[in-house]
Design a protein around this ligand. Structure first.
Ligand SMILES: Cc1cc2nc3c(=O)[nH]c(=O)nc-3n(C[C@H](O)[C@H](O)[C@H](O)COP(=O)(O)OP(=O)(O)OC[C@H]3O[C@@H](n4cnc5c(N)ncnc54)[C@H](O)[C@@H]3O)c2cc1C
Ligand SMILES: *[C@@H]1O[C@H](CO)[C@@H](O)[C@H](O)[C@H]1NC(C)=O
Ligand SMILES: *[C@@H]1O[C@H](CO)[C@@H](O)[C@H](O)[C@H]1NC(C)=O
Ligand SMILES: *[C@@H]1O[C@H](CO)[C@@H](O)[C@H](O)[C@H]1NC(C)=O
Ligand SMILES: *[C@@H]1O[C@H](CO)[C@@H](O)[C@H](O)[C@H]1NC(C)=O
Length: 538
């Protein structure tokens, strides 16, 4: 950090508020934008030279410049810190990506500087929060800069206790354990190791979503670094178009450096929940219970459920798990009575804290394996739930011998309560508000983990087959909905186009306003862009 003081001309300009009209002018000059932030690129010799001629050493120069400015906050290949960082992703596919460097900004200003340097050098970048997106390049970038948000990790409850300002460097575990003594919670992830950033920007289903809606529908405001390095607030009253876009639009509009989330009361953080595991012969009863709790959700929205068709390779058994939760410390809510009538062979439900419940789920989702996630949406009918199970087990036959395979078709209901909450504060771009009258919906998350790279092709093919066949069945029966949930989608799925033509067009207009040269589209190529799918070929 010893070079920093001669470069940073600290001044009022650093935190200067910028109005929407100056987001990015046609003659935007990144060299001058850096100067406004106190950085004279003359002190970054290679970057200064680059501004005058083109170079193919873009990332060497960008990372070298960040190193001069930020010292040990920049990790490069060959160091143990670098290896431990890349090893920290959830999936092996993401861990296998080697960026030119990793930058760990400590503030929104640092994020702006890194975006401007990436822009000036034309070095591609990726942004990482909790690193739980499954496929390679989602929050990592081969040969580019991975901007890791882990140091932007404030958690501050507002004076009026209505919101909490949360940095995207936090995992939900940090958020819940910090909030527990306040008796307040937020709408966030159900597995402790998930990041605040990705989950909230893609939607975000929580234990409390039948009451309050998805995470993206419970954001009071976002602090965003735009492509021109400006730090903006997006809320229902400021930059409201950007606020709408961020409620499910993913990484396409800027880097979010702060989420102000609405709080909910949760006395003692106590609730009830756990998993109940059932055998093949009980599937019809469990499916019936799942369907009825989904349909009856408005009668008691404290109840939440996740049902998974699964396979235990070690004992060669088909199983179904019913993960049940209740938003109060009540063990016998009558809405679950149909489930309670089916004797489980494993049951670990109990009254426990929110963070404890997320730790239980984390334990069954370990790091360090090959992973794939897929998504689809249908109108909820009991017959379709059964059919998804049939198709899943049918296709599983071809891959159930793969080393270490843990496959599941995980089903949830996009309930009436969730759909109603999407309409709050100007709505969101997901395209479900428009279809709400056809709800509630069945959200399918196909997920598999395995260990051997040699099994990749057949496992990916089986996943594609399951989704294709379930979609075809739903279409034949008039039950198909084109929504693809970003947080569960595979790289072969076109998420943003699934939001509907009108919403996609509106998102593109908003992206063009806040990022006229498409920095977050082209220079940050990973994850779900505004057009198409990240990968093709399956
Ligand atoms: C075990 C497990 C459990 C899950 N449980 C749930 C659940 O309960 N509910 C649910 O809805 N989903 C759940 N998911 C899905 C989860 O929401 C997605 O995987 C999500 O992308 C993870 O967020 P992350 O920050 O950890 O991921 P990352 O891989 O860090 O980020 C995902 C994407 O978001 C972008 N991004 C992240 N932060 C920012 C930011 N601040 N600004 C701009 N872009 C950003 C990244 O660039 C990347 O493209 C789960 C996933 C797993 C693997
Ligand atoms: C950007 O500004 C710098 C400093 O004022 C100037 O030297 C450079 O020519 C400008 N670049 C462009 C492309 O206009
Ligand atoms: C940038 O630094 C160079 C070299 O120290 C100096 O000549 C130049 O005046 C500086 N530019 C500005 C705008 O401060
Ligand atoms: C749940 O259990 C409590 C305590 O045993 C009891 O008072 C209550 O009536 C039960 N509620 C239902 C819905 O069964
Ligand atoms: C979640 O599980 C992984 C192990 O796979 C572990 O490394 C991580 O620390 C856990 N996260 C939390 C928040 O406990």
């Amino acid at each position: 950090m010893r070079f920093t003081s001669c470069i940073l001309l600290l001044g009022a300009a650093l935190s200067q508020a910028v109005s929407a009209q100056t987001i990015e002018s046609a003659d935007f000059n990144a060299t001058e934008a850096l100067l406004e932030k106190g950085i004279n690129i003359t002190a970054l010799p290679q970057l200064a030279a680059l501004a005058e001629r083109s170079s193919n050493a873009a990332c060497s120069i960008a990372c070298g410049s960040l190193r001069i400015l930020y010292g040990s906050a920049v990790l490069t290949e060959g160091s143990t810190a670098y290896d431990s960082f890349t090893g920290g992703y959830w999936s092996v596919q993401q861990s296998s990506v080697d960026p030119y460097c990793i930058f760990k900004p400590a503030s929104a200003l640092d994020v702006s500087v890194s975006i401007l340097i990436a822009r000036l050098s034309q070095c591609p970048f990726a942004v990482k929060s909790g690193g739980h997106a499954a496929f390679a390049g989602a929050s990592s970038i081969e040969g580019g800069i991975t901007i890791a948000l882990e140091r932007i990790d404030d958690i501050v409850v507002s004076k009026d206790k209505k919101t909490v300002a949360i940095g995207p460097g936090n995992l939900w575990f940090d958020v819940y354990t910090t909030l527990q003594p306040t008796n307040l919670a937020v709408i966030g992830g159900r597995v402790s190791g998930i990041g605040v950033g990705g989950l909230t920007l893609g939607g975000g289903i929580s234990f409390f979503s039948n009451i309050y809606g998805w995470a993206c529908d419970n954001v009071a405001s976002y602090e965003v670094v735009t492509a021109s390095g400006v730090v903006l607030t997006a809320s229902p009253s400021q930059n409201s178009d950007l606020f709408w876009a961020l409620r499910g639009g993913g990484n396409n509009f800027g880097v979010v450096t702060k989420f102000n989330l609405n709080t909910i009361p949760l006395p003692g953080h106590l609730m009830w929940g756990g998993s109940r595991i059932h055998t093949r012969d009980q599937f019809p009863q469990v499916i019936d219970a799942f369907y009825n709790v989904g349909i009856n959700s408005p009668k008691d929205p404290n109840a939440a459920q996740i049902m998974s068709f699964a396979y235990a390779q070690s004992v060669d058994l088909d199983l179904v798990s019913a993960d049940l939760q209740y938003a109060k410390p009540i063990a016998n809510a009558s809405i679950f009575s149909q489930y309670f009538a089916i004797p489980p062979f494993i049951d670990n439900t109990k009254v426990r804290t929110l963070s404890d419940l997320t730790q239980q789920f984390n334990a069954s989702n370990p790091n360090g394996l090959r992973e794939t996630y897929w998504a689809s949406t249908y109108k909820l009918t009991e017959d379709l739930v059964t059919e998804v199970g049939n198709i899943f087990y049918d296709e599983l036959a071809a891959i159930k011998d793969a080393a270490g395979i843990v496959p599941a078709a995980t089903l949830q209901v996009i309930s009436k309560g969730m759909l109603d909450n999407m309409k709050k504060n100007g709505g969101n771009p997901l395209g479900l508000i428009e279809d709400a009258a056809q709800g509630p919906f069945l959200l399918v998350n196909l997920n598999m983990q395995w260990t051997n790279i040699a099994d990749d092709a057949r496992i990916m093919q089986a996943n594609a087959n399951i989704i294709r066949r379930a979609d075809a069945y739903a279409k034949q029966n008039g039950l198909y909905n084109d929504y693809i949930y970003m947080n569960y989608a595979s790289q072969y799925q076109a998420v943003v186009p699934s939001y509907g033509k009108q919403n996609q067009a509106k998102l593109k207009t908003i992206a063009a306003k806040y990022d006229p040269t498409g920095v977050y589209q082209r220079l940050q190529p990973g994850y779900f862009k505004l057009d198409g799918s990240p990968a093709t070929g399956l």
